[in-house]
Design a protein around this ligand. Structure first.
Ligand code: A3P
Length: 354
């Protein structure tokens, strides 16, 4: 209902629903203004009171879990934000939030499924994630910028939320373990690993597409991996798959119970159980549900359903791999066998790798 006043006639003109009605005289004015107050002003007052109560709650209680959930509900109802972390990374600070140094870091491994893990954890109302790979602990030019620079790249979060950043390069970086330990010696780390041979092929595939996109020459997988008839163990992608070598460096600074290993192969086939293990590791209530995932036949991977929308990972994740010569595959399997066995002993856990 809309109210207009017509001064010359000293009457009230109301337009309601389907028909326009013109009524004149003080009685009609009184009746219609009362109606106007009931229909418009009272709901406005109520909305104002509700918003004030919500703001008061977020300021006074340091935003407990329910407030985060309430905010999520409000957001999805008003359709302001399509994704939790997009909102928390915004420049304007939501009341009761601040930027915090991560309490958890996904340290790698490159091509292990780090993006899938991060995006899937972002479903949890008590988790906020950094939108981009920060490369603070592995790139000297960033590390010298200091901890305040690092913090400034984190999303806004409530006191009850865990901030997570992921930089897959940390796992293979010689400096990252000590630098992270210096920042927070009791930090919880997440490491997602997959079959080392599959990881090498995935690594190759990513570089292959990057080179094609920038019009650079490309080589066959076999031509890079085999040099002079033997396995080219200097190939960086192979080096990155030596999980025991890298893990040894982390275990010099952190105890095993600070590092939770996510099985990247299982995360692809059946994400929920892996994510529930992470929830337990982070002491978070179980909030990620099977309804948060659906299998997308076209992509051939699980996609995410949350905040009232469905999304798959970027097209660069889950690309088809080249068909690799069987002899080369066998050479890779046998090269990694000893390293894998050593890694299983180190972490007291075995995986289903070749
Ligand atoms: P491929 O693209 O070689 O298949 P990262 O994010 O660390 O770069 O890892 C990328 C890998 O994540 C992909 O490698 C893919 O196999 C894996 N992955 C796991 N779950 C996925 C999902 N739901 N959608 C797309 N890729 C997923």
């Amino acid at each position: 209902m809309q109210m207009l006043t017509d001064a010359s006639e000293n009457c009230c003109l109301f337009t309601t629903g389907s028909a326009n009605q013109l009524k004149t005289g003080p009685i009609y004015c009184f009746i219609n203004q009362t109606q106007y107050y009931i229909e418009l002003i009272i709901p406005l007052h109520m909305a104002f009171l509700l918003v004030s109560a919500y703001l008061l709650l977020t300021h006074t209680q340091g935003a407990p879990v329910e407030n985060g959930a309430l905010l999520e509900t409000l957001k999805s109802q008003v359709g302001l934000f399509s994704n939790k972390s997009e909102h928390y990374s915004a420049q304007v600070r939501p009341p009761g939030t601040s930027r915090r140094i991560p309490q958890t870091i996904i340290i790698g491994v490159r091509k292990g499924g780090t993006r899938a893990l991060l995006e899937m954890l972002d479903i949890h109302p008590n988790i906020v994630v950094a939108a981009t790979e920060v490369h603070f602990f592995d790139w000297d030019e960033n590390y010298v910028k200091g901890i305040d620079w690092y913090r400034s790249l984190m999303p806004f979060s409530y006191g009850n939320q865990i901030t997570i950043e992921k930089t897959p390069g940390y796992f293979t970086s010689p400096q990252a373990p000590e630098r992270i330990h210096d920042m927070n010696s009791s930090i919880k780390l997440l490491l997602i690993l997959r079959d080392p041979t599959e990881r090498v092929i995935s690594d190759y595939t990513q570089v292959y597409y990057n080179r094609v996109e920038s019009h650079k020459p490309v080589q066959l997988f076999e031509d890079i991996v085999i040099k002079n008839g033997a396995l080219n163990t200097k190939y960086k992608a192979i080096q990155r798959s030596l999980y025991d070598v890298h893990m040894e460096k982390w275990l010099k600074h952190f105890s095993l119970d600070q590092i939770h290993i996510v099985d990247g192969n299982t995360l692809i086939k059946d994400p929920l159980p892996e994510l529930q293990k992470v929830e337990r590791f982070l002491n978070l209530p179980s909030r990620i549900m099977s309804s948060n995932f659906y299998f997308n036949q076209t992509k051939g991977f699980y996609c995410i359903r949350s905040d009232g929308r469905e999304r798959c990972l970027h097209e660069s994740k889950g690309r088809p791999h080249p068909l690799v010569n069987n002899t080369v595959l066998e050479q890779l399997y046998s090269y990694f066998k000893e390293h894998n066995a050593k890694f299983y002993r180190m972490v007291n856990h075995s995986f289903d790798w070749h």
